[in-house]
Design a protein around this ligand. Structure first.
Ligand code: UNU
Ligand code: FES
Ligand code: FE
Length: 447
């Protein structure tokens, strides 16, 4: 790994080369070393509830089919025919007994196996070994109903990949009574930015909220109005916390602000008040604090959500300078239909494709990417040093904890792991760092 000022990521100096947003060769390496080896978000049980149900989605730029099997299990496979490579399924979702290729009519089963070939005897004279021509399979595992796929047989289990983050996720993904579901179909839009700009924003950008979103927050009012314009009287260290953990996942917490973005004050607000006692019983007061706070979150590499606002994003890369944004709404499974609908409306109004806050962010994301078409600009660096000496292992909360919601702790954790993935030849090399990944924090004792 390179060190110092020419490194893509300089952990000690808390800076990144602008080439991480721009260079085609960096992007190719990301596809090989991150997207081909990490667990990637595919969806949720709620999107494929019954045997035969399927959705099509992407793992980076690869098209995949996720399909519910007759026995209730899940399988995922590459959505490209093993004959001449045509895309097989063109539907976004549905229910199917089989997937038939549009080109020559090869038929693949719900499990991706090749089950029928037109005129097989006359064309191939018993010479076609169909058992070797199934669609390329993908590892699938779920955590609390969320479905992930992974191409690398050497990758850890999904639960180990999420690691300490499970302790946090359980608060909301397990919830008081049955966890969450995703409301689809997703809104889909394109944004001219590198995939890491929104990912880093969601993982740890408390700083931009009061500035970029000043007008929207003032208009919405509620708990976040005080952030608007970074008012001098707004609390700072008392706003919340920021977290990063092994494998680059992280989030920022604003205390007591879960439903801040909701103009409509009944439904969800009432739901959280009614269920927080159950959370305290099930998970204790430390996680009740998380339950009533607002989270801005990224799961490494390219899935983000805002808990409370409940928008749920997958940032599908389309080359280094473009993404396809998929936006779902995350809702409590057992809330009543009216509450779910109201959460969905508020989430789309704020963070849908044309959402008041989403469009504030989009402009910055394009600008921060395309500014680097300047050859001199591109040779510069970006800084993520905020709160660097005010973070560390915490007596209660797992991972590394930063002292304020406004800080860049989880940026540093994200890019530290991003560089680790790019450098590592295989998962064995990544595992070898499991006990020492956090030395840059543990050699000081902040909390
Ligand atoms: O824009 C955001 N990422 C955000 C908005 C985070 C927290 C609250 C509101
Ligand atoms: Fe942060 Fe300009 S002030 S990018
Ligand atoms: Fe934002």
């Amino acid at each position: 790994a390179m060190n110092g000022s020419s490194a893509l990521v300089d952990n000690a100096g808390a800076s990144q080369s602008r080439r991480v947003f721009w260079d085609q060769d960096v992007y190719q390496l990301e596809l090989e070393r991150i997207f081909s080896r990490c667990w990637l978000m595919l969806g949720h049980d709620s999107l494929v509830p019954k045997p035969g149900d399927f959705i099509t989605t992407y793992m980076a730029e690869d098209r995949v089919i996720l399909s519910r099997q007759p026995d209730g299990s899940l399988k995922a496979f590459i959505n490209s025919c093993t004959h001449r490579g045509n895309q097989i399924c063109h539907a976004d979702s549905g229910s199917a007994k089989a997937f038939v290729c549009n080109y020559h009519g090869w038929v693949f089963g719900q499990d991706g196996s090749l089950v029928d070939v037109p005129m097989e005897e006359r064309c191939y004279h018993s010479d076609l070994d169909k058992s070797k021509l199934g669609l390329a399979p993908i590892r699938v595992e779920t955590y609390k109903g969320f479905i992930f796929g992974c191409h690398d047989p050497e990758a850890p289990s999904l639960e180990d990949y999420l690691g300490d983050f499970c302790w946090y996720l359980d608060t909301i993904w397990d919830g008081p009574d049955g966890g969450l579901e995703l409301l689809g179909p997703p809104l889909k839009s394109t944004l001219a930015c590198n995939w890491k700009v929104p990912t880093e924003n969601f993982v740890g950008d408390g700083y931009h909220v009061g500035w970029t979103h000043a007008a929207a927050l003032q208009m919405i009012g509620g708990e976040l109005a005080g952030l608007s314009g970074n008012r001098a009287d707004m609390p700072f260290d008392d706003l919340g916390l920021q977290f990063t953990m092994r494998h680059g996942h992280g989030f920022g917490l604003i205390d007591n602000a879960a439903t801040a973005i909701h103009v409509k004050r009944d439904g969800y607000v009432k739901y959280l008040e009614e269920t927080r006692g159950g959370i305290r019983e099930k998970f204790g007061p430390e996680r009740e604090r998380l339950y009533v706070g607002h989270w801005n979150t990224s799961i490494f590499p390219n899935c983000s959500f805002l808990y409370g606002t409940n928008t749920f994003k997958i940032w599908h890369p389309r080359g280094p300078h473009e993404i396809e944004v998929w936006t779902y709404t995350m809702v409590p499974k057992n809330a009543d239909t009216e509450t779910k609908r109201s959460i969905q409306r508020e989430a789309i109004r704020s963070f849908g494709t044309a959402g008041t806050l989403e469009s504030d962010d989009g402009e910055n994301m394009s600008s921060a990417t395309y500014i680097n078409n300047g050859i001199i600009t591109r040779k510069g660096r970006m800084n993520s040093s905020m709160g660097k000496d005010r973070e560390g292992p915490h007596p209660v909360y797992p991972g590394i904890v930063g002292v304020s919601f406004i800080g860049e702790t989880s940026y540093r954790g994200f890019y530290r792991f991003w560089q680790e993935m790019l450098d590592a030849p295989d998962w064995a090399a990544i595992r070898a760092n499991d006990d020492t990944w956090d030395v840059m924090w543990t050699n000081r004792n902040f909390w």
